[in-house]
Design a protein around this ligand. Structure first.
Ligand code: GLN
Length: 479
């Protein structure tokens, strides 16, 4: 048995049976990070001291629980003592949070994100902060101001983005699980490219407090894990209403016991058309056939307005980005460039602190929000967003879940698309419609093209993450 292969439940059982301690598990992960991360580049910061400290505390709490003196029947939280990594856009008190940007290079988080608070309460162990595209804008981590995270399955290829460091850390056994964030695909795409499980929760299911904002009407934090069961455990630990995020709400729907043989799966024809790699298509179709063989009813559906999703997304996101990133003015946070006057200070700080993709989006967004263009771009995009959402709502009157690819192609070569922003934007073609509708979706690894993993996207109704988990874990066992 290799400790690094164990899932959350297996680690929990191991702690309970005193097979190993959290300190031992944490050390094994820290060693593996030291051994492998020079090549992969998943981490921006390894919090070794913090991790060992938390692991020691967890071990004390576990032995107290097991001795029964706490009167809890030997129970302790599932995530206690389990080491994880965090995307560097999520705040951990006292640690740097760069969002992958020079403008926040030396910024230290003054408080914990709500998700971190929740995991700390469970006794989880933080290994470090993972690499991302600057302010989560990108599909490959090539937009990080610091380094590119390589795909552990093939070091010449990208890990996906923007949560590429998180997905790579789980795939390379440098963390048991990770927290990422998804605005247009940033959890599901790297999960698909790296061959791990990644959940984009329903908008509002998880608090965004302490997540450095990109586009607030779309941003969601979610888990990246080895298995579907692990994904459910982490999601259950981080979800819920939070007074610090007015858009968060308590999930109303919980424990479904859905079985694959009773389920209706919608397959949108628009998601299998032009532009999809034929091997990806075959792997996704084979997964659908497998579900059918086990009794699922396959229903052809149409999401006709999804073809506008990328265009719509790339108006709404830059607009929100231009507003959200106005706060990085050299005064309130991070980098400050000495200047003659206020305007000069803004120009120097933002000019030097932001990378090219971030600047492109701030300019596009400022333009589409400006008077005279607001109606033609931003307002129009909001209307299109509505009809994309209505397509999904209509489809979900007929089916329980929707199956599609996560990405039209597997992980591409590092550098292959860096000069072509549009071809990067097109990578979001199957993931961003889901976000515009606010729906939950998981990426489940269902096959490989050579060394390169391919993820199936399973989209659910609002707050029906449990149905997604049930069906995904049944499928996971069939593969
Ligand atoms: N690739 C998309 C973008 O660049 C999605 C990013 C994300 O989900 N954070 O906007």
């Amino acid at each position: 048995m290799n400790i690094l292969d164990l899932t959350i439940t297996q680690l929990h059982e191991g702690f309970r049976n005193k097979n190993f301690t959290s300190v031992e598990v944490t050390k094994a992960y820290l060693e593996n990070i030291k051994k492998t991360d020079k090549e992969i580049g998943a981490y921006l910061l390894v919090t070794e001291g913090l991790a060992l400290n938390q692991a020691e505390k967890a071990d004390k709490l576990i032995s107290l629980a097991l001795s029964g003196v706490e009167g809890n029947g030997g129970d302790f939280p599932l995530l206690m003592g389990v080491p994880f990594s965090v995307k560097d856009a999520i705040l951990v008190e006292g640690q740097k949070a760069t969002a992958g940007s020079k403008i926040l290079e030396n910024y230290v988080a003054p408080y914990d994100a709500t998700v971190i608070k929740k995991l700390k309460t469970q006794g989880a162990v933080i290994l470090g902060k993972t690499n991302l595209d600057e302010f989560a804008m990108g599909v490959s981590t090539e937009n990080s101001a610091f380094k590119v995270t390589k795909n552990p399955n093939d070091l010449t290829r990208v890990s996906g983005g923007s949560s590429g460091g998180s997905a790579a850390s789980v795939a390379a056994k440098q963390a048991v699980y990770s927290l990422g964030s998804d605005t247009g695909g940033s959890i599901r795409l790297p999960a698909s490219f790296c061959g791990v499980v990644g959940l984009n929760p329903t908008y509002g299911a998880v608090s965004r407090s302490g997540l450095i904002s990109m586009a607030s009407s779309l941003d969601q934090i979610g888990p990246i894990t080895k298995t579907v069961e692990d994904c459910r455990i982490v999601f259950d630990a981080i979800k819920g209403k939070d007074p610090l995020d007015a858009t968060s709400i308590e999930s109303q729907i919980s424990n479904f016991k859905s079985e694959i043989k009773n389920i209706k799966i919608g397959v949108p024809k628009e998601y299998f058309g032009r532009g999809i790699n034929s091997n990806v298509k075959k792997i996704i179709e084979d997964a659908i056939k497998k579900a059918k063989k086990h009794g699922a009813k396959i229903v052809p559906i149409s999401l006709p307005n999804s073809k506008y999703a990328v265009a719509c997304y790339y108006i709404i996101v830059p607009s929100e980005v231009s507003a959200n990133l106005a706060r990085f003015d050299g005064i309130k946070y991070g980098l400050y460039e000495d200047a003659e006057n206020l305007l000069d200070g803004y120009m120097k700080t933002r000019g030097r602190g932001f990378g090219i993709e971030v600047k492109r989006r701030i300019m596009l967004g400022t333009y589409s929000l400006s008077s005279g263009y607001y109606d033609a771009y931003y307002k129009k995009a909001q209307e299109v967003r509505q009809i994309i959402k209505e397509d999904f709502i209509d489809a979900f009157k007929k089916v329980d879940l929707i199956f599609s690819p996560v990405s039209p192609i597997p992980a591409f070569k590092i550098g292959e698309k860096t000069d072509d922003a549009l071809s990067m934007y097109l990578m979001d073609i199957y993931t961003c419609p889901v976000k515009l509708a606010g729906l939950p979706a998981i990426s489940l690894p269902v096959g490989n093209i050579g060394k390169l993993p391919v993820g199936l996207q399973i989209i659910g109704k609002y707050f029906e993450e449990n149905k997604i988990f049930n069906i995904a874990s049944q499928l996971e066992k069939m593969l």
